[in-house]
Design a protein around this ligand. Structure first.
Ligand SMILES: Cc1cc2nc3c(=O)[nH]c(=O)nc-3n(C[C@H](O)[C@H](O)[C@H](O)COP(=O)(O)OP(=O)(O)OC[C@H]3O[C@@H](n4cnc5c(N)ncnc54)[C@H](O)[C@@H]3O)c2cc1C
Length: 414
């Protein structure tokens, strides 16, 4: 792999930047692999990378029906945090944040992690109590979080409207949280996985499974059949459709989740601000755009909101908190199909179908989980037993009742 550095940039500038290698090989599909991963999003690519790097399993293919990162991994608002409520989620998401903290160096790819803090606002005495409880739980789980008075919030975010319909009475912040560049995360994992021998096959749709008894032995794809000892599904909003074809029913609802950005402006907001009550989260990208996100739009919710589109609600909520953005023009708006579980915790690990592993149910928050998702899934596939950090996220919790309801810590998202 051609290393990226100041010297290589300088060297290539003398030759008109014509000597750069492709970042990853566009591999042809072989007829058989040890492991096939379906889905070239962040989770699929990270799983492939850690399988090759940590477990020495290099006969691995990542099959992607479109282009890598074309799913939710390239469509999200890049929020990277670990301020969850329950110990199981905290341990997993903080492992992910720690991996993010070293990811640029690990992958030799600048993922542009900017730890600018993630601030949660409270708008009533009751909500402030809930924030205190949430913050205490985060700290007890060994993760960083601090309560903020309205004065401290004002110092950090002077442009915030404190006299909004629901006034700001306090909140808390996770200082280590922030954003990173989603395309860079996808490309960085793809490049390093490819350098370790992983085949990345784009434009290859998986349509069905080959089986022998209760075991999957391969896949039917748009490029022909491929056999595999182990198969991992990492297809986010397509999980139910594909798992069904393998005879597996998943407790998932697939919904659209939107985000939008304004035209770019000079730096005005150097932290992420989230309000569950006013129902929006806002940040400023490195390019200067104001990035807005809110909850998933269920198919029924348009009617429930009296026919008001999600976009209008989200913009109205953002302007309630930041009236000074009212003259900005909205530049782009898009959506992705997210897979939501009843307890808003992911489903990861082995399945009742031998040889088939699942990584899904990320809902609105799986970007921040990419490094830990890849790391723990790789371990699980390599050892055919769940990594201890994801053992609580197994499919069995829906029959045992050991649910991990992170609905509140999912912020505005669900
Ligand atoms: C608008 C929006 C904002 C978000 N904001 C955040 C955020 O701020 N922070 C956060 O943590 N998370 C956020 N998320 C969620 C996050 O983006 C996802 O949870 C995460 O990217 C999921 O990664 P993945 O690799 O599992 O799925 P994806 O990146 O969606 O990858 C799955 C891939 O599988 C491919 N595929 C599907 N079916 C097949 C098939 N049959 N054959 C072959 N390939 C197939 C798809 O083409 C896709 O590329 C957001 C999501 C959206 C939509």
């Amino acid at each position: 792999m051609q290393r990226y550095s100041f010297w290589s940039l300088l060297q290539h500038s003398f030759t008109g930047n014509s000597g750069w290698q492709a970042a990853w090989r566009n591999a042809p599909l072989r007829s058989s692999y040890d492991v096939v991963i379906v889905g070239g999003g962040g989770h699929g690519l990270a799983t492939a990378y850690y399988l090759a790097r940590k477990h020495g399993i290099r006969s691995v293919a990542v099959l992607e029906k479109g282009w890598i990162g074309g799913g939710n991994s390239g469509r999200n608002t890049q929020v990277t945090r670990s301020n969850y409520f329950y110990p199981e989620s905290s341990a997993f998401f903080d492992h992910s944040l720690k991996l993010y903290e070293g990811l640029g160096r690990e992958l030799n790819f600048n993922v542009m992690l900017s730890q600018r803090g993630h601030m949660v606002l409270a708008h009533s005495a009751h909500e402030l109590d809930m924030c205190r409880r949430w913050m205490n739980s985060i700290v007890m789980n060994g993760v960083d979080a601090i309560m903020l008075t309205p004065e401290e919030i004002r110092r950090r975010v002077p442009i915030l409207n404190f006299r909004a319909r629901y006034p700001v009475v306090g909140g808390f912040i996770q200082p280590r949280a922030g954003i990173s560049r989603h395309d860079a995360v996808v490309w960085g994992y793809a490049r390093s996985a490819s350098a370790l021998g992983v085949d990345i096959v784009q434009g290859c749709e998986v349509n069905g499974f080959l089986r022998s008894g209760d075991r999957v032995t391969g896949l039917e794809t748009s490029r022909g059949r491929v056999s595999a000892e182990r198969i991992v599904l990492s297809v986010a909003g397509n999980s139910t459709v594909l798992a069904n074809r393998a005879g597996l029913r998943l407790p998932l609802t697939t919904m659209a989740l939107q985000a939008m950005v304004s035209e770019p402006v000079k730096p005005v907001l150097n932290t992420l601000v989230m309000s569950a009550v006013i129902h929006v989260y806002v940040s400023q990208s490195d390019r200067g755009e104001i990035v807005l996100g809110a909850g998933a739009d269920g198919y029924h919710s348009y009617a429930q909101r009296g026919g008001v589109p999600q976009l209008r609600n989200t913009v109205a909520a953002a302007l309630e908190l930041f009236p000074c953005f009212s003259r900005l023009r909205l530049m782009r708006q898009w959506a992705g199909a997210v897979d939501i579980t009843p307890d808003t915790t992911p489903i990861m690990g082995l399945t009742p179908v031998s040889g088939l592993y699942i990584n899904c149910g990320w809902g609105t928050g799986g970007y921040k989980a990419i490094p830990a998702g890849g790391d723990t899934m790789a371990y699980t596939v390599a050892h055919n037993r769940p990594h201890h950090l994801i053992a609580p996220f197994s499919l069995e919790r829906f029959t045992s009742g050991a649910l991990i309801d992170e609905g509140a810590a999912a912020g505005v998202a669900h």
